[in-house]
Design a protein around this ligand. Sequence first.
Ligand code: 6PG
Length: 245
Amino acid sequence: MIRIFEDMEALSLGAVELFVRRAGVAAGERGMFSAALSGGHTPRRTYELLALPPWRDQVPWERTAVFWSDERCVPAKDHRSNSRMAFETLLNHVPISPDRIHPIACDEDPDRGAEGYENLLRTHFSGLLRFDLIFLGLGENGHTASLFPQTTVLREEKRAAAPVRVQGEDFHRVTLTAPAINRAAAVVFLVSGRSKARVLREVIEGPRDTDRLPAQLIRPVEGELLWLVDRAAAAELKDIQDKEE
Ligand code: 6PG
């Protein structure tokens, strides 16, 4: 399902409302809401709004566990750190217990970081890995989380988390793998801006080419796939069948 919003602010509000709703349902039904946050610029406003009333007070923070879709393996204080961004915009401002926050610690050793994150996930989910909600972004080159074009992690079938090295970057990354993401109850892409219009069309309406467009790997097995996009990002979409404005 694709939902098109007027602009980034409306998109962010839509994402916040979805987070609040999913959190209430999961915490009510299963006693715990497990969410994975993404990095990038797009979700910033969503996190900022979530930290403000009235939304902040609508999330059962004491029954919420926060994870990440991926991390750049840099020190936690580095401005490129995905966890730093989420702490600054959201987690430092809401009543969530620190032991429910699970950043990917990989700045010293990406292999061990990925292993450690995988173990943490197995423990948290008692073997049955299933996020209630995963927020993802879309890169102009078709990547999502840290699933980049033409990388070996795209073929990963067993592991839930894996290290990644992207050409041209001076740091490693650790990412949830596509199979782990696809086990979620809901995967929500947040895509904003004209610069994403072409890749959004290719990912959604183009032929399947997952080596070039890893975001196409995301197809929840028994869950929902939602695209929250703004009008600028949706500019090149042709098929308006299942779009909701
Ligand atoms: C990362 C992200 C990445 C991001 C996209 C979109 O750590 O790099 O998790 O997958 O979501 O690159 O980023 P923007 O929102 O900045 O366009």
